[in-house]
Design a protein around this ligand. Sequence first.
Ligand code: FE2
Ligand code: FE2
Length: 170
Amino acid sequence: MREKSIELLNKAIADELVAVHQYMFFHFHCDDQGYDLLSSLFKRIAIEEMLHVEKLADRVLFLKGEIRMEAADSVKQITEVKEMIKFAQESENEAVEMYNRFAIECSNNADSVSKSLFESLVVDEERHFGQFDDEMDNLEKYGDRYLVLQSMERSKKSSVAAAAGRPVIE
Ligand SMILES: [Fe+2]
Ligand SMILES: [Fe+2]
């Protein structure tokens, strides 16, 4: 039971690390372009994925395994917003499918704690998918206006902050 679970947990860590790196990359680019809403969404979800790494790593150590802590893939240089969201939707979908499968495997191996952990991750990844899906809907409904509005909001905040002589804090 132990070896199989450790292997699945490490595989999950590898994929979560990809998500952390990729979403932070998207966050940097959205922030650079002034898309505050998307920029903070990517950052918030990257932090949640990091907390997933923590839960998985705790379980590996409890099972007396070693944490590999290697990302399964390198960051994709995607800088176009619609492509970012599409990539994120696909990643979350894959994670949901994978963790459902891992939960069943753990159940078959009589490791109900790891099974519950994977089930709790499915809940989070489905929510992430929903959040990215909403963003895709907005983008498709309002097109570039949706992004322009975010940039305008940023400019407004900057000028209000400059007039008040304080830095803009996001
Ligand atoms: Fe995750
Ligand atoms: Fe996720």
